[in-house]
Design a protein around this ligand. Structure first.
Ligand code: S3P
Ligand code: PEP
Length: 463
């Protein structure tokens, strides 16, 4: 089944931005690790937060859903352990990585699995670092990949090393498990730290839960003391990656649009989408009293040559490729090597698919890994393309936006996957009269390329 999406001539209206997936997942996890009752308001309900809830219930958390909030009774570190724990992470990197680390402290073995995309993602730096801390973990099928069995009962503590430019989730996973270690845990990071705002989110969550964690100014050394998680009440902010699809569409059409559910105080790296639109000549204004963001696109916006360093906003990189297709000039994105290790190699996916539509976009490689692109935009394209989502929800959503201003309808695989992070995606775009229809037939070229290997280790203190 594929989705046919008709182009639109205008994009106006009032749109609701969903709550943050990473913040909801962290809040559920921290509440599970704490003793007592926590309340999470404005939580996001989507498949990947469900995956986190299911994993946390497997550890013994009680999670009750109410309209607009969750009540969670945590484990206080006394995890359910019947000797038969299997944790299914589906496609969620965060669930797999945090659960693999936490399984080290359960007395009995735990199997942690994932879907086909997850089993292709790089896990070896995390597994090696956990082994350095005393964990006993084995890959079940292919060394360095999911699924794994963590034999449990061992997280001694000490020093471990991780690369900074593969995934921040390795650091996040060890930070969440570290308070349960027998001795303090130290993490040393090699090279520049990418996706730093996600580590900041983790540190914020841990500190709010009373965990004793320190970090060096350059974010390359962390130390966690054995400590107890305390319960907390958390309000989740808006999700700027999800917002980026609506905001990018807003930038492609002149006129005024209003976004609700936006407090404008989040420190998510992806909130960079708002200043990026400003640089492209789009006017934005937060009204913090009314929780809205108003976007005004003048007819002469999106002109010039732009360079964006995406080191701290990896998830909006596919959205930027979609936007760049319409820049009157060039849009160059650098610093995005972690996107190669996401569900798909995201820049290669966007380059491959946008090229099918006639977009002049070229990838950029650094040390053998695709880490950026340059796109020379045009005002429109003929359309009539069969787009593949490469097994990745964010590729589908970005291509959907890219197709809106083409001259004829396009066909898409993977539309069902909006349920992973943004279930109301079609509802929101329908407000701007985007017409979609399901079309029978096999997906075009649905398979993403095979497993991605961890790059050779960079020495600590190295480049
Ligand atoms: O910790 C998290 O919640 C995430 C961290 C980032 O991962 P990487 O550091 O692998 O980019 C981000 O891209 C991912 O979508 C969510
Ligand atoms: C890749 C994503 O998340 P994760 O890394 O947790 O799978 C994502 O939300 O796009």
């Amino acid at each position: 089944m594929r989705l046919r999406v008709e182009p639109i001539d205008s994009f106006t209206g009032t749109f609701r931005v969903p709550a943050s997936k990473p913040e909801t997942q962290r809040a559920i996890l921290a509440s599970t690790l704490a003793e007592g009752r926590s309340r999470i308001t404005n939580d996001l309900r989507c498949e990947e937060t469900e995956t986190m809830k299911r994993a946390c219930r497997a550890l013994g958390a009680e999670i009750v859903e109410h309209e607009g909030y969750l009540d969670i009774t945590g484990t206080g570190g006394q995890f359910k352990d019947d000797g038969r724990t299997v944790i299914r992470s589906d496609g969620s990197g965060l669930v797999f990585r945090t659960m693999t680390a936490l399984a080290s402290v359960l007395p009995s073995p735990v199997v942690v699995t994932g879907d086909e995309t997850l089993c292709k993602r790089v896990m070896s730096p995390l597994l090696d670092a956990l082994r350095d801390l005393g964990a006993d973990i084995e890959s079940i099928c292919r060394e360095g990949n999911a699924p794994v069995v963590n034999w449990g009962g061992r997280l001694a503590g000490g020093v471990c090393r991780l690369p900074g430019d593969v995934s921040s989730q390795f650091i996040t996973a060890i930070l969440f498990a570290a308070p349960f270690a027998e001795r303090p845990v130290e993490i040393e990071v090699a090279g520049r730290v990418h996706s730093m705002s996600y580590i900041e989110q983790t540190l914020h969550t841990l500190r709010q839960a009373g965990i004793d964690v320190t970090v060096s100014d350059d974010h390359r050394r962390y130390r966690v003391e054995p400590s107890l998680y305390r319960s907390q009440d958390v309000a989740v902010h808006e999700d700027y990656t999800s917002a980026s699809y609506l905001l990018a569409a807003a930038a492609l059409y002149p006129g005024r649009k209003v976004f609700t559910g936006v407090h404008g105080t989040s420190t998510q790296g992806e909130s960079a989408i708002v200043p990026i639109l400003e640089r492209l000549g789009v006017r934005t204004a937060f009204d913090r009293g009314a929780d809205t963001l108003t976007v005004d696109t003048p007819p002469d916006s999106m002109r010039g040559d732009f360079h964006i360093d995406a080191t701290d906003c990896p998830n909006i990189v596919p959205t930027l490729a979609a936007l760049g297709a319409y820049v009157d000039g060039t849009l160059r994105v650098t610093g995005a090597r972690v996107t190669h290790f996401h569900k798909a190699s995201r820049i290669e996916a966007m380059v491959g698919e946008l090229s099918k539509a006639g977009v002049d976009i070229r990838p950029r490689y650094e040390r053998g890994v695709c880490d950026g692109f340059e796109v020379r935009g045009r005002s429109t394209y003929p359309g009539g393309v069969e787009f593949s989502h490469w097994g990745d929800h964010r590729i589908f959503m970005s291509l959907f936006v890219a197709g809106l201003r083409m001259e004829s309808a396009n066909l898409y695989s993977g539309f069902e996957e909006v349920r992973l992070s943004f279930p109301a995606f079609f509802e929101e775009f329908a407000k701007a009269d985007v017409v979609t229809s399901a079309v029978d037939g096999p997906d075009a070229d649905p398979a993403p390329p095979g497993p991605r290997r961890a790059p050779a280790a960079v020495p600590v203190g190295g480049a």
